[in-house]
Design a protein around this ligand. Structure first.
Ligand code: ATP
Length: 290
């Protein structure tokens, strides 16, 4: 079967998947556009829009399966991680926002609240997992517990260093119970982040998006890259692999996450549920009520 022309010829999940072994982010070009079937920015809307009918159909099949067989219906969980301005919110608006909102569960993880701090770090994550038939999106995730926590020394190394293994176990458990994980690191460059932060400062309508703490994390860029590399290396398992999405071009980033989601849904080979009633009989009853 020939690939439609708005799809990547080699599956994107393959192109963007992080190979096993140590990750060096310096070797990932954040301006790259792997698998993009068009020319660039000018045709990106067209290519992203072209995915939508198929994405809607697949999402509806996913939801339908949860209505008839909730215990066995798959769940999708997209984990979005990335430095400030890498576009976690943008992806949610321009990519996942294209799917029926009723089928989507979005959760943004902020600094843990007092209640959350009173529990294990995975407690709030478990509470936010997608229901059967739903597409969950995590804007930040349990990975903050090995990123900001490690960089800012919020817990000693003896605590965070154990978390990589714990996260792998947790994710393996999720996958075993029917969740497909799509882990995306939105890889924005240091230079592009500067431009995006400056754009926020230059435009009064974007001032609300800027926070002085963004500069505090920017000042620790090398430490963050090291922490990301550790997470991308140590939590890149066969069942829950990482994808690195080049994120300097917003149009590519949005297309890529949309296409990744489509590929994963397509791979589930979701069938429409078969009616558990006699269709002919219901048709006769309906006719009788004319
Ligand atoms: P985003 O960039 O995700 O849209 P934001 O920067 O606008 O979010 P904030 O209100 O700043 O939103 O919340 C995110 C902040 O919460 C980040 O600084 C992040 O590092 C922090 N955070 C998230 N999870 C944790 C955690 N487990 N421990 C400590 N800090 C965390």
């Amino acid at each position: 079967m020939g690939k439609k022309k708005h799809h990547s010829i080699t599956p994107l999940s393959q192109l963007l998947r992080v190979p096993a072994g140590p990750v060096s982010l310096a070797r990932y070009d954040s301006k790259a556009t792997p698998g993009y079937p068009g020319k660039g920015r000018d045709d990106a809307d067209k290519f992203t829009t072209a995915i939508l009918p198929e994405l809607s159909d697949l999402q509806e099949r996913l939801y339908a399966s949860s209505q008839t067989d909730p215990a066995n219906a798959p769940r999708i969980l997209i984990v979005l991680q990335g430095m400030d301005t890498s576009g976690k919110g943008g992806v949610i608006r321009h990519s996942i926002g294209l799917v029926d909102p009723q089928g989507v569960q979005i959760k943004a993880f902020k600094v843990p609240t007092a209640e959350e701090r009173a529990h294990d770090y995975l407690w709030r994550i478990r509470n936010a997992l997608p229901a059967p038939g739903k597409i969950g999106i995590f804007d930040r995730s349990h990975y903050e517990d090995v990123l900001v926590v490690r960089v800012d020394g919020l817990f000693p190394e003896s605590v965070w260093s154990k978390r990589y293994g714990e996260i792998n176990d947790f994710e393996a458990e999720l996958v075993a119970s029917g969740t497909r994980l799509i882990k995306c690191m939105l890889n924005v460059s240091y230079e592009e982040q500067r431009e995006r932060l400056l754009a926020r400062l230059d435009d009064p309508t974007k001032h609300w998006k800027f926070s002085a703490s963004d500069l505090d994390s920017r000042a620790k860029w090398p430490d963050y890259m090291e922490a990301y590399e550790a997470a991308l290396t140590l939590c890149n398992t066969e069942v829950a692999p990482w994808h690195i999405i080049p994120a300097d071009h917003k149009w590519y980033r949005n297309w890529a996450v949309t296409e990744l989601l489509r590929e994963v849904l397509e791979g589930l080979d979701l069938q429409w549920p078969v009616a558990d009633y006699d269709v002919a009989e219901q048709r006769r009853r309906l006719a009788a009520l004319d």
